[in-house]
Structure formats: C-alpha cells, structure tokens
Ligand binder design. Structure first.
Ligand SMILES: Cc1cc2nc3c(=O)[nH]c(=O)nc-3n(C[C@H](O)[C@H](O)[C@H](O)COP(=O)(O)O)c2cc1C
Length: 232
C-alpha cells in the first residue's frame, strides 16, 4: 500500500478502557484526522456564522501551556486589509522561492495560499505580554507557539468535520503583518487562516500530489529506549 492510499487505521477492538468512546465515535475521530487537508483552492460562498463560531469554540478548547491560552484571532472582513495581507504573502512567496535555489521554479508552480478566494479570512496570533507566563515555558518559551498550534489544529479538524476547507498560510513577514493589523506590544501573528467551502478535498496532502514531499515512513517516528533507528 503506498502512502497516498494509506486510508484509515484499523480501529480494532476498543482498548477496553472504561472511558473509551463507542466504535462509531472512535472511527469518526480517526476519519477526520485522515481526511483533514491543508486547502488552497476555495469557492467564494460565505461561511455560516454559526459554523465559524463552532470553529472558534474548538480553538478555544485546545490545551495550552500553564493554561495560558495565548491564542488571539482577528477576523478580516475589510477588503482592503485582505488585499494588503495577500500582498504581504506574495512578497514573501517570492523571497521564499529565491531562497529555495534549485527548487525555485517548482515552488513557484505550487499554490501555497487561497487568501483572496476563501469565504473567511482569520489571522491567528500569539497574545502580547507572554513573558510573564513561565509555567512550562521557563526553559521552553516556544510552548506558547505550540499551544497556539494546538488551537489551530482543533479548528482544522472541526472545519473538516463541518465540510469546510482550511489552509494555514505562514508565508509572510510577521513584523509587517503585526504592523498592518496594529497588534499590541509583542503580539506575533503566526498564521493567516483561509477558511471556506471547497469543490473537493485533496485526497492526499497537495504537496504530496505535486511531488514536493512524501510522508515519512513510520519507522522514523518512534524509537524504543533511544532515537528511532530508521532516522539515524
Ligand atoms: C505551521 C504550518 C504552516 C504552514 N504554512 C503553509 C503555507 O504557508 N502555505 C501552504 O501552502 N501550506 C502551509 N502549511 C500546510 C502544509 O503544507 C501541509 O500541512 C502539509 O503539506 C501536509 O498536508 P496536509 O495538511 O493536507 O496533510 C502549513 C502547515 C503548518 C502546520
């Protein structure tokens, strides 16, 4: 079986843990993980406001280091702002292409964002004043970013279950985006989130379908009592 057809894991029998979900619910969890895709192709139809609220609910129920809940979201409804965000992404897309050297042309052929087409555009940012949060961050300050990523992943999964596509765009200069959106203090944007209806979800990661990268073999993930052997 190749990676593109990897499909769903065999959910087997419930592990016998007393608090496990029933088989249908367990299947739904693995299904949404398998079928979530980073989307760049959207239809322009509006997103149901109630569905958008549910996605934000999902984000806000993510785990976070020291329960700091560092995520902040900005909904972009102003067309001029959306256009300006797209311009920042385009500027960085060209810089990224140049930095890629021999893969420049291949990168330029990839679609890496759907900023102008999606029904809803959100910007996700780390809140300001994060230095005062040291619980779980004294030696690993980047755990604020990890927490925010958990929130975005929750949204991503909820969006897939709702039949909505979502794309995480990180191709922008965070200082310029923070200035454009007048973010306070040390707040830092980490994602431009494109959300909306799609004609179809890619059947595999688009970067895999386009031959940019492939999923790593599972042996790379996990070692027993040491670093995974296959990664060595
Ligand atoms: C932190 C993060 C940043 C990302 N930034 C971009 C981006 O700027 N442009 C893009 O096309 N995809 C971006 N992606 C999506 C990845 O390309 C995508 O997750 C990966 O190719 C696997 O595809 P899948 O999400 O459909 O499984 C980002 C994903 C993550 C987790």
């Amino acid at each position: 079986m190749n990676n593109l057809d990897a499909g769903l894991p065999d959910i087997g029998d419930a592990a016998g843990a007393p608090h496990g979900y029933d088989d249908d619910a367990r299947s739904a969890v693995y299904r949404v993980i398998a079928e979530r895709r980073d989307m760049r192709h959207f239809r322009r139809d509006p997103v149901d406001p109630a569905a958008l609220r549910r996605l934000l609910w999902a984000a806000h129920h993510a785990p976070s280091v020291g329960y700091m809940q560092p995520w902040r979201f900005m909904r972009i409804t102003d067309v001029a702002l959306r256009t300006a965000i797209h311009a920042l992404v385009e500027e960085e897309r060209l810089a990224t292409a140049r930095a890629l050297g021999e893969r420049e042309e291949q990168f330029m052929r990839l679609k890496v964002e759907g900023v102008l087409d999606c029904g809803e555009l959100l910007v996700a940012a780390l809140c300001d004043g994060r230095d005062r949060h040291v619980f779980g961050r004294r030696t690993l300050p980047e755990m604020d970013l990890a927490s925010c990523a958990c929130a975005i992943q929750n949204m991503w999964l909820a969006a897939r279950a709702e039949g909505l596509g979502m794309g995480w765009v990180s191709i922008f200069d965070p200082h310029k985006l923070a200035a454009l959106l007048r973010m306070p203090g040390d707040a830092r944007p980490i994602a431009v989130l494109c959300i909306g209806h799609v004609d179809a979800f890619y059947r595999a990661p688009m970067l895999e379908l386009e031959g940019w990268a492939a999923r790593l073999p599972e042996g790379v993930l996990m070692g027993e009592n040491g670093w995974p052997e296959a990664a060595a």
